[in-house]
Design a protein. Structure first.
Length: 409
């Protein structure tokens, strides 16, 4: 049973959680990343571009997201989350709309790059800061509920592409996706994104507790967490966008491939919520370790199986990890380093996450092009999951964090 205080926090902030969930689902990290997998084969068929060239767009999108995330952390501290989020959502729409008019690879990449730059303030750095500062007793659960928006968008986009691409082409499908931040997220964020972290003296004290950025960067736990997250996101980001192409190559038609791959997106939802709930109650690194070890076996199954039931189960296990990773980074950053400089510290670890997200799809596609099979890619993902899961255990026990202006802890 959830403690009464935790439940009261969630009830009081449910509209804020809705705004964060929709905002992160329409962010510059979610829409470009989760659109590229379903779009890969339609774009390939229409243009003749290689799969690795198409998925190279993620390097521009997530890679630039990595570079801009420390700046976003500073902007949030200076101007507040709401003022940063709203123009950024518009920027995501503009970038993806530009990509939909591309006639060359360079223009396609430029559109994804524009989405990353103009939409930088919509990335998880912002939404996780809002939630971490607004919730204390139910922080893990709240992070899971807020970040579940990426799971819903991952589940929604393959259907949008499958329905729209046959009649509207990949360009029309991408334009529908580009409309989501402005038509769906922007009104909700405008109405309901009102952070609650200054409402009480206790919350204000919590917000002043923790390490500064310099202290975090000289703490071995920062690099352990960052290394674990990098391993996990290299695996997730390499495997996820290539699920539908892999299934198609196994002989499944587009509808069947999308149906099997949908288990990946569906299981992200319980992955988000359950991981946050468990981290509120148990030692979070152990929860993170289990979440990362489970999909290692799933990747080995995907690497060679053609059985739809086993593939669906494996996609579900992979989705659990994809659902939990953002929660894990957000929760462990707050728990080990505090909230005093949370946006900046989280943003620096987020560089590793976004970098993994940027390079992995292209690396996995290149492996496919050299072997004409995805087996080696998924075996690599399995090894990365194991490495990330074991590494996070080295974080050790939760620290006692300094409060206020104590700079020497």
């Amino acid at each position: 049973m959830m403690e009464r205080g935790s439940l009261a926090e969630l009830k009081a902030g449910w509209l804020l959680l809705v705004a964060c969930a929709i905002g992160v689902g329409c962010s510059a990290i979610a829409l470009p990343f989760y659109s590229i997998g379903p779009l890969t084969k339609p774009v390939e068929a229409a243009t003749g571009w290689a799969r690795s060239e198409i998925q190279f767009a993620i390097l521009f999108s997530s890679g630039l997201g990595a570079l801009t995330s420390p700046i976003v952390g500073w902007l949030i501290e200076r101007y507040g989350a709401r003022r940063v989020a709203m123009p950024s959502l518009v920027g995501v729409s503009i970038g993806l709309l530009l990509a939909s008019f591309a006639t060359t690879l360079e223009q396609f990449w430029a559109g994804y790059a524009a989405a990353a730059i103009l939409g930088a303030g919509s990335n998880p750095v912002l939404w996780s800061r809002v939630v971490a500062g607004s919730f204390e007793k139910a922080r893990g659960t709240a992070l899971g509920l807020a970040l579940v928006g990426t799971a819903f968008i991952a589940m929604l986009l393959p259907g949008i592409v499958a329905l729209a691409a046959p009649s509207l082409g990949w360009q029309g499908a991408l334009r529908l996706i580009a409309a989501l931040p402005v038509l769906v997220a922007l009104p909700v964020v405008y109405l309901f994104l009102h952070p609650r972290d200054t409402e009480t003296a206790k919350q204000a004290t919590v917000a002043r507790t923790g390490l500064n950025t310099r202290q975090a960067l000289t703490d071995r736990r920062f690099w352990i967490l960052t290394g674990s997250i990098l391993c996990g996101y290299l695996a997730i980001s390499g495997a996820g966008p290539n699920l539908i192409p892999t299934l198609s190559d196994r002989g499944f038609d587009s509808a069947a491939a999308a149906g099997i791959a949908s288990f990946y997106a569906i299981s992200m939802i319980p992955g988000r919520i359950l991981s946050g709930f468990l981290m509120d109650r148990f030692w979070a690194p152990m929860v993170a370790c289990v979440v990362l070890l489970l999909p290692a076996s799933a990747c080995l199954i995907i690497s060679h199986s053609a059985d739809p039931t086993m593939l669906a189960l494996s996609c579900a296990l992979l989705g659990l990890a994809a659902g939990a990773e953002l929660d894990v980074l957000a929760f462990l950053t707050a728990r080990y380093f505090g909230l005093r400089h949370y946006p900046q510290i989280y943003a620096l670890s987020y560089v590793a996450l976004a970098s993994g997200s940027a390079v992995a799809p292209t690396i996995f596609s290149r492996i496919y092009e050299s072997t004409q099979d995805y087996a080696a890619s998924f075996q690599t993902a399995a090894a990365l999951f194991v490495a990330g899961g074991l590494l996070v255990l080295a974080l050790g026990r939760y620290p006692v964090l300094p409060t206020g202006g104590d700079q020497n802890r």
